[in-house]
Design a protein around this ligand. Structure first.
Ligand SMILES: *[C@@H]1O[C@H](CO)[C@@H](O)[C@H](O)[C@H]1NC(C)=O
Ligand SMILES: *[C@@H]1O[C@H](CO)[C@@H](O)[C@H](O)[C@H]1NC(C)=O
Ligand SMILES: *[C@@H]1O[C@H](CO)[C@@H](O)[C@H](O)[C@H]1NC(C)=O
Ligand SMILES: *[C@@H]1O[C@H](CO)[C@@H](O)[C@H](O)[C@H]1NC(C)=O
Ligand SMILES: *[C@@H]1O[C@H](CO)[C@@H](O)[C@H](O)[C@H]1NC(C)=O
Ligand SMILES: *[C@@H]1O[C@H](CO)[C@@H](O)[C@H](O)[C@H]1NC(C)=O
Ligand SMILES: *[C@@H]1O[C@H](CO)[C@@H](O)[C@H](O)[C@H]1NC(C)=O
Length: 442
């Protein structure tokens, strides 16, 4: 059976439904070198966090990432899905030798041994992503595996995965999609741990949407899987002096986030960004761009994203010892809203055969270009196109706030597990030996 679905209108437009507070929380700092200011800031942050916890249901819609028409891929024709004996949906447009296998060129095939875990039994899968736990009845969406055209992704073996991370520090940096992948990885790994109490958040914190740091320690294997919330990767600060009234804060495109020091000393470092680079989360909240001491009021979001990613690249080249640290950047995660209003979506039962342009993203193109020019090895997880087929895998109505559908985030277990399997595929095989990995998608 092949599912074909075309929504009437898929070009999304950002809606101005963003709370400016949710944007400015956490990162701006009046004087970042002053210790007192830091403590004050922490207190403020805690205060805000508590009030936010109380309002979290209401706020949920506002933290959903929004997309804008401006950088949505228009009218790009996609090779239609292949359909062999197995059910499968995907792109197939080249055949290369195994050595050069592009693992992102492939299709989704049914895998009856999936899912890899039960989110209701994983203390680190947040309620909002546990679709079955929130009443989803159909389960097929959990049983798909990505099959590259010219090679295979190593099957996930939890003991091997746990062993490979022994004594290591894994760090995720990014937005809520990064947090989902972080949760997914922890849940995958916990299936191999008998004493669940030996796995714990290092500060005893609960997972919340605005928390800046979460670190889960697997004490019996002496490793931690950490998450740093940094939705733009660059620094967010209060309005500069003498700025026009509409400017309430700025993104300093030439400075990496002020918590970036804490990402350095790690073994595996996985970044993402993109979902927050939309007018609704920037200009409409009074956030504009800045480089050096200059405000860049006229700078477009795509240009600013490019500048920020180059800042990220220079930081990686300068600060990261790539002999020790393996660096990944995960590309833009497509959403599947039905129309401009982002109020409705139709989560299907099976993957779709048409990506309707969602396999393309300007953010993805920018990252590929930036990484291609880097002097150090960085592996791009080009998950944009493979995830574009997965209209079936979004949270939809089965989130913790059933009033607002969510066609941006993904159910757990689900698509983010596959992103992690691909990470292990890189770590455990010589897939993408360092020189080749910069060429992916080029
Ligand atoms: C949702 O998608 C299914 C399968 O493609 C289709 O049959 C159904 O009519 C759609 N529903 C809406 C409200 O668009
Ligand atoms: C792809 O496969 C066809 C037939 O199997 C072969 O003739 C062709 O050379 C292959 N192309 C590449 C780029 O390997
Ligand atoms: C997942 O675990 C919960 C709680 O133990 C259980 O009620 C549920 O049936 C399980 N779901 C599946 C699909 O196994
Ligand atoms: C735990 O891992 C750290 C490196 O992350 C290492 O320095 C330390 O020796 C390890 N501890 C044990 C008990 O193996
Ligand atoms: C990384 O390893 C290479 C080769 O072993 C060595 O030449 C280089 O100095 C190392 N770089 C750092 C930063 O340690
Ligand atoms: C979007 O879809 C919803 C529900 O189907 C509908 O009520 C709304 O009018 C649509 N909005 C636009 C802008 O098409
Ligand atoms: C979510 O619920 C609304 C209202 O009950 C319904 O119209 C819509 O089709 C549902 N969407 C999904 C993805 O199930």
């Amino acid at each position: 059976m092949e599912v074909f679905q075309r929504s009437k209108s898929f070009n999304q437009r950002a809606l101005s439904v963003v709370s400016p507070r949710s944007l400015s929380l956490g990162s701006p700092r009046v004087n970042r070198s002053s210790f007192n200011w830091r403590r004050f800031h922490v207190l403020i942050t805690i205060g805000f966090s508590i009030s936010f916890l109380m309002a979290i249901g209401v706020v949920y819609i506002y933290v959903l990432p929004s997309l804008t028409q401006a950088f949505h891929g228009f009218g790009i024709s996609v090779p239609s899905g292949t359909s062999d004996e197995k059910k499968s949906f995907g792109i197939s447009n080249s055949n290369e030798s195994l050595e050069d296998c592009d693992i992102f060129d492939g299709s989704w095939v049914q895998e009856i041994t999936y899912p890899l875990y039960n989110a209701s039994e994983c203390p680190f899968a947040e309620r909002g992503f546990n679709c079955l736990g929130n009443g989803r009845v159909d389960k097929d969406y959990q049983e798909w595996r990505w099959k590259p055209k010219n090679c295979d992704i190593r099957l996930f073996n939890v003991n091997e995965a746990l062993e490979s991370l022994r004594n290591k520090r894994v760090v995720f940096v990014g937005d809520s999609m990064s947090r989902t992948q972080w949760e997914s990885l922890i849940c995958m790994l916990m299936t191999g741990i008998e004493d669940k109490h030996s796995v714990y958040e290092v500060n005893g914190n609960e997972i919340t949407k605005l928390i800046r740091y979460l670190g889960v320690r697997f004490s019996s294997f002496n490793f931690t899987i950490e998450f740093f919330r940094s939705v733009f990767l660059v620094q967010h600060g209060w309005m500069p002096r003498h700025a026009p009234k509409r400017v309430r804060s700025t993104l300093k495109l030439d400075k990496l986030d002020d918590i970036s020091n804490q990402w350095v000393d790690s073994d595996i470092l996985i970044f993402n960004s993109g979902q927050w680079w939309v007018p609704g989360k920037l200009f409409e909240t009074g956030c504009y761009f800045q480089t050096g001491n200059s405000l860049r009021l006229g700078m477009s979001i795509p240009n600013a994203f490019g500048v920020a990613m180059n800042t990220w690249a220079s930081w990686v080249e300068k600060r990261i010892d790539t002999n020790r640290t393996r660096i990944f950047f995960r590309t833009f995660e497509p959403s599947h809203w039905s129309n401009h209003s982002r109020r409705s979506c139709n989560v299907t039962q099976h993957p779709v055969s048409e990506t309707e342009g969602r396999d393309q993203s300007l953010f993805t193109d920018t990252i590929l270009e930036v990484v291609k020019n880097m002097k150090v090895p960085v592996t791009v997880l080009q998950i944009t196109s493979m995830s574009a087929f997965r209209r079936d895998a979004h949270v939809g109505n089965w989130s913790d706030s059933q009033l607002v559908p969510d066609c941006s985030h993904w159910c757990l277990p689900g698509v983010p597990d596959m992103w992690n399997e691909i990470v292990f595929s890189y770590l455990l095989t010589n897939h993408g030996n360092s020189l080749q990995s910069n060429q992916i998608g080029a």
